[in-house]
Design a protein around this ligand. Structure first.
Ligand code: PLP
Length: 402
């Protein structure tokens, strides 16, 4: 009986074409985006086109140096939860660095961005009884999960739609606690929220704001503070959430906010309290990465330039590249089975690795390939990619852009 249920669950994924297969790869330090792919029965040398280590900070000498020093100083793990022996000076330094990055009073580390969202959003409703969370319809799974687990009242507003958001805010009593939860860069479509205008509405209707800057920290703003910094509105957002795993190239998540807000989440969120803190070596690497990106513009400039080149060349080849105003380059396929097949063909025939993006990550019918060019992708690798896609599109007689 139990075995049947398990098998049925997997079979339904297969029949919908969205059974996930993980590619077993080893990235080459000093030589990303090149990697070795361990396929059944052998290995291939491949080019990675879907990493979230956007700036290749995961191989930056400054980061590696800091991590080597830390492991030689304190050893491997942190040895405990933050409350019980697991707060090292590396954690404190990193939180200070993050608070400064976003111009906030305090920061709080979590073991991932997912946990930061889940733990914070599920805890807020305990602090503000009657809290209504107004959540953008395209918010990441970690925010949705946190809001659901909190068990409070929620409203889903139309993606980036200020009129819909205002209508909902207006309908709620002025004194009822409200939180607007949204992202800056939406990483599947590559569009960006009007943060300032959302803050205007929050002020007008007495709401707090919660902004996920996971796909923007390190990448945007003169010091890598994200879209909020780029747009000069960072100070207006109540809680900013970010990751150390994407632009900064490591692992871990965080929030920054007022000292009191951080003190409350630190004291009440089980997802923060009852888990071992980040390994000090990760904290040391993250601090080095953030410090580097606070002053260096080179990585950000190259990143944007590479993304622009890829978009231009895909469009010139008539491939259905979706509109994106950032570094994300999605190409529409619109069918989960074909999307997976194209990804397999790219890997097996062209040694190009891009994971298919299917439901529930994106709505059904909008399945896509999502390319993340980085500073280290060469012109030749871009040309190879465009050529490979053109070949597959022709071979399969797929629709080209108008
Ligand atoms: C990746 C992601 C997260 C989770 O961050 P991790 O550090 O990888 O757990 C949160 N929010 C968004 C929008 C993301 O894309």
């Amino acid at each position: 009986m139990y075995k049947k249920a398990l098998e049925k669950a997997i079979a339904s994924l297969h029949s919908e074409g969205r059974y996930r297969v993980f590619a077993d790869i080893i990235r080459h330090k000093g030589n990303f985006p090149n990697a070795t792919y361990h396929r059944p029965g052998g290995t291939d040398e491949i080019v990675v086109w879907c990493s979230n280590d956007y700036l290749a900070m995961g191989q930056h000498p400054v980061v590696l140096q800091a991590m080597h020093e830390a492991i030689d100083t304190v050893g491997a793990g942190s040895g405990g939860t933050r409350n019980i022996a697991g707060t090292t000076h590396y954690h404190i330094e990193l939180e200070t660095e993050l608070a400064d990055l976003h111009g906030k009073e305090a920061a709080l580390l979590f073991t991932s961005g997912y946990i930061a969202n889940d733990a914070t959003l599920s805890t807020l409703v305990k602090i503000f009884p009657g809290l209504v969370i107004l959540s953008d319809e395209l918010n990441h799974a970690s925010m949705i999960e946190g809001i659901k687990r909190g068990g409070g009242s929620k409203q889903i507003w139309k993606h980036n739609d200020l009129a819909d958001l205002e209508e909902r805010l207006k309908a709620l009593p002025y004194d009822q606690p409200k939180l607007i939860a949204f992202e800056s860069v939406y990483s599947m479509d590559g569009d960006i929220a009007p943060i300032g205008a959302i803050c205007d509405l929050a002020e007008k209707y007495n709401a707090m704001t919660y902004l996920d800057e996971v796909h923007a920290v390190g990448l945007y703003g003169p010091r890598g503070g994200g879209i909020g910094e780029r747009d000069g509105v960072m100070h207006r957002v109540d809680i900013i959430e970010g990751t150390l795993a994407k632009g900064f190239g490591l692992m871990g998540g965080y929030i920054v906010s007022s000292a009191t807000m951080v003190d409350v989440i630190r004291s009440y969120a089980p997802g923060f309290i009852f888990t071992t803190s980040l390994a000090p070596v990760l904290a040391a690497g993250a601090t080095a990465s953030i410090r580097h990106l606070k002053t260096s513009q080179v990585e950000r400039a190259q990143h944007q330039e590479r993304a622009a080149v890829l978009k231009r060349k895909l469009a010139a080849a008539g491939l259905p590249v979706m509109p994106s105003v950032c570094h994300i380059v999605p190409v529409l396929v619109g069918d989960p089975v074909i999307c997976k097949q194209i990804s397999d063909e790219l890997l097996n025939d062209f040694k190009i690795y891009v994971q298919p993006i299917n439901f529930p990550t994106v709505p059904r019918g909008t399945e896509r390939l999502r390319f993340t060019p980085g500073p280290a992708h060469t012109d030749e690798q871009i040309d190879d990619l465009v050529k490979a896609l053109s070949t597959i599109w022709k071979r399969r007689d797929l629709k080209l852009a108008a």
